[in-house]
Design a protein around this ligand. Structure first.
Ligand code: PLP
Length: 396
């Protein structure tokens, strides 16, 4: 989205214009090419396209113009060479790992991962002979030990779900590269507006576009951002032949969602910070976690890596599961849901939902208690959100 004689556009502009390819009808909005396939002018053109000597869309499993616009917009925003969009965030994580790893490889991952990412690492990869080792992401000594042996890939999430732990991106990337590993960062909680992992050395950044990118709870999507050569040689053949491709309709919806990302995310962060401050003063709360608050154990690191504290607040209600459930059930505006990054504020009880399957022992290790509540702060008036929480917390 910039010509050689012009400076690169700033993020807000990239989010509105990045990647747009207008058809000969000169439409204002991005066109929705809801088509599975494409026709050729001749048999010769089809042959040349398949031989790779002519650029022509072939089939929407391989590529689609609406999807290309989304990919170009995300690449510009991230400052990445290339992007491939996928049907879901999990398809992005899965394709990244399975396209690159092979039997005999080692993967090192932070323990605090999104539930399905944890399942792929702990259950799926070992079936294919890929050794997986978990470390406590905040403990550099554990990373150092795990990466003293060769590894093919490192997977981490910062801030993590749901405890908002921060991992030192620069330090882990340095250790990983020394071990020969590619670093994959799941950047869903931060969004590219608050944190750009590639600036700290990350090789691949993955997103669930279902969250802040769509931001209005409509469609599923995912994205993988990386170097052009890796995308061409490793990822593209995998996507082309296994089919985790995104629907053009979903890509179009996410393109339109991105246009307001730079307005939504900072507004949600401001409300999240105000809610964390209110919760910190509340007698029914044991500890609120918010990366930019002085009482977050890694505030300094968060402030080095992130532009704001994020759109999520995690807190612990005194009185365990019963008290947490009473609070959840007394909320009227904020609704119980496991989604996040939505314009509607959503609250979840990780121990009985997103992290039920990891087991009590692993939950304890992650710091998730029966009183832990994760709040995804939306776009409502913060005064209404604080009132809803205050009334519900009386029930604790
Ligand atoms: C939601 C989420 C995913 C998975 O994305 P889907 O679009 O639901 O498949 C992966 N990682 C994190 C951190 C998430 O929040």
């Amino acid at each position: 989205m910039s010509e050689p004689d012009r400076p690169a556009y700033r993020p807000a502009t990239q989010l509105v214009h990045g990647g747009q390819m207008r058809s000969n009808f000169e439409e204002t909005a991005e066109a929705l090419y809801l088509t599975s396939g494409f026709v050729y002018e001749s048999a010769e053109q089809a042959e040349a396209t398949f031989a790779g000597t002519v650029q022509h869309y072939q089939y929407s499993r391989f590529g689609n113009p609406t999807v290309s616009m989304l990919e170009a917009r995300l690449a510009a925003l991230e400052g990445a060479e290339a992007c491939r969009a996928t049907a879901t965030g999990m398809a992005a994580v899965h394709a990244t790992m399975l396209s690159h790893l092979k039997s005999g490889d080692r993967l090192v991952a932070s323990r605090a991962l999104f539930g399905s990412c944890h399942w792929i690492v702990s259950t799926l990869l070992p079936r294919y002979g890929i050794e997986a080792e978990f470390v406590d992401g905040g403990d550099l000594a554990q990373w150092e030990r795990a990466l003293s042996k060769p590894a093919a890939m490192v997977l981490l999430e910062t801030p993590s779900n749901p405890m908002l732990d921060i991992i030192d991106l620069k330090a882990v990337c340095d250790l990983a590269h020394h071990a020969g590993a590619l670093v994959v960062v799941d950047n869903v909680f931060a969004t590219p507006l608050l944190q750009r992992p590639m600036e700290f050395g990350a090789d691949i950044v993955v997103y669930s576009a279902t969250k802040h990118f769509d931001g209005q709870g409509r469609v599923l999507g995912g994205a993988i951002l990386a170097k052009q050569a890796w995308v061409n040689d490793v990822l593209q053949p995998f996507i082309r032949n296994t089919g985790p491709s995104i629907s053009p309709f979903n890509a179009w919806t996410i393109l339109k969602g991105l246009e307001t990302l730079h307005l939504r995310v900072p507004a949600m962060c401001r409300s999240a910070a105000a809610i964390a401050d209110m919760l910190a003063e509340h007698p029914a709360i044991d500890r609120p976690l918010y990366p930019f608050r002085a009482d977050h154990p890694q505030q300094a690191l968060a402030m080095q890596q992130m532009g704001a504290g994020g759109t999520l607040v995690t807190f612990e209600v005194k009185g365990g599961k019963a008290a947490a459930f009473r609070v959840l059930n007394a909320l009227r505006l904020i609704r119980v849901s496991n989604n996040l990054g939505d314009s509607k504020s959503l609250v979840t009880h990780p121990a009985t939902t997103t992290h039920m399957r990891v087991g009590a022992e692993e939950r304890a290790r992650l710091g998730i208690t029966d009183g832990t509540i994760r709040l995804s702060v939306g776009l409502e008036d913060v005064g209404d959100l604080i009132e809803d929480l205050a009334i519900a917390l009386v029930q604790a």
